[in-house]
Design a binder for this molecule. Structure first.
Ligand code: PDD
Length: 282
């Protein structure tokens, strides 16, 4: 049995229902978050809630709950599911109203939180990727549920037997279809900057930058050219669900100058330890 939270109620997921007029369903007029719990504590909770609140503000959906309210929901779901490691999906839509492009007044946002068992993958994984033209919109910084462009790009990659599509816009690398990207060159780490709204400011991205800097390695946030990607010593992808994985094949060509991925392996381990030491328990 999986219990979810919907508009103030804890329900079996099979019994959770929303209106067909919900604007999340009709327009994708909603934002979301994904995070995970480990041993009953949530990693990066405040960063995820900061981003959720910022996104709600950006799309002009009123914030439906206080920080304490969100914490109560997670604590309850963790306790109901007996503290197994969970991944959480949170969605807030503008609410339900007759279909109209204009934002309706006086609607209550729909608030939904579901969770599922999260299997920790402690292996350092090497994956194959392809590059694709980043044809998404100009506000990729907003974590909207309107993910069809990302899904189409991801599924081109999957269709070619790849793990992820690495996206390139006007000659510059942006991010993966569902991940952020880092490259290593000459023992320095580089990741595309968040300055131009072309990438999602990933929570994992931010924390990996901190971990890299904490071991005395330079981590720069700036534009990354496609040719820098192709000649990188290491390429990593990060996300809250996959943590950090390394890319060893790009467009069917072997990439990475050092197939042992020394820095990637070190950061993978350091990040795992960092997570254990930074869980927000309830
Ligand atoms: N996606 N960029 C995009 C486009 C993403 O969809 C994600 C994560 C990231 C990484 O962000 P974070 O480190 O905060 O998870 C970057 C999630 C996991 C998803 O949609 O399921």
């Amino acid at each position: 049995m999986t219990i979810c939270f919907l508009n103030g109620n804890y329900l079996d997921i099979e019994d959770a229902k929303i209106s067909v007029l919900d604007r999340g369903f009709i327009f994708g007029d909603s934002v979301y978050e994904v995070m995970s719990s480990q041993d009953g504590g949530i990693f990066g909770l405040n960063d995820h809630l900061d981003r959720l609140e910022k996104n709600l503000f950006e799309v002009m959906i009123p914030s439906p709950m206080s920080r304490d309210g969100w914490r109560e929901v997670f604590a309850k779901l963790i306790s109901i599911h007996e503290k197994v490691d969970l991944s959480f999906y949170i969605q807030v839509s503008r609410g339900s109203a007759p279909r109209s492009h204009s934002f309706p007044r006086d609607v209550k946002p729909t608030v939904f939180v579901m969770c599922q068992p999260y299997v920790r993958d402690d292996e350092f994984r090497l994956v194959a990727c392809i590059t694709l033209d980043d044809n998404r919109w100009g506000r990729c910084d907003i974590k909207t549920t309107s993910l069809l462009p990302n899904l189409m790009l991801k599924n081109v990659a999957i269709g070619k037997g790849a793990y992820e599509a690495i996206l390139v816009r006007d000659g510059y690398v942006t991010e993966g279809a569902s991940s952020n990207i880092f490259i290593v060159k000459d023992r320095q780490v580089l990741t595309p900057s968040t300055d131009h709204n072309t990438i999602l400011p990933g929570v994992t991205r931010k924390l990996i930058c901190d971990v890299v800097r904490s071991i005395g390695v330079v981590c720069s946030e700036r534009e990354v050219r496609r040719d820098e990607l192709l000649s990188a010593d290491e390429i990593w992808l990060t996300s809250s669900t996959a943590n950090i994985v390394a890319v060893n094949m790009l467009d069917q060509i072997s990439v990475g100058n050092d197939s042992r991925y020394p820095l990637g392996r070190r950061i993978h381990k350091a990040f795992r330890d960092y997570k254990v030491n930074n869980l927000l328990s309830f």
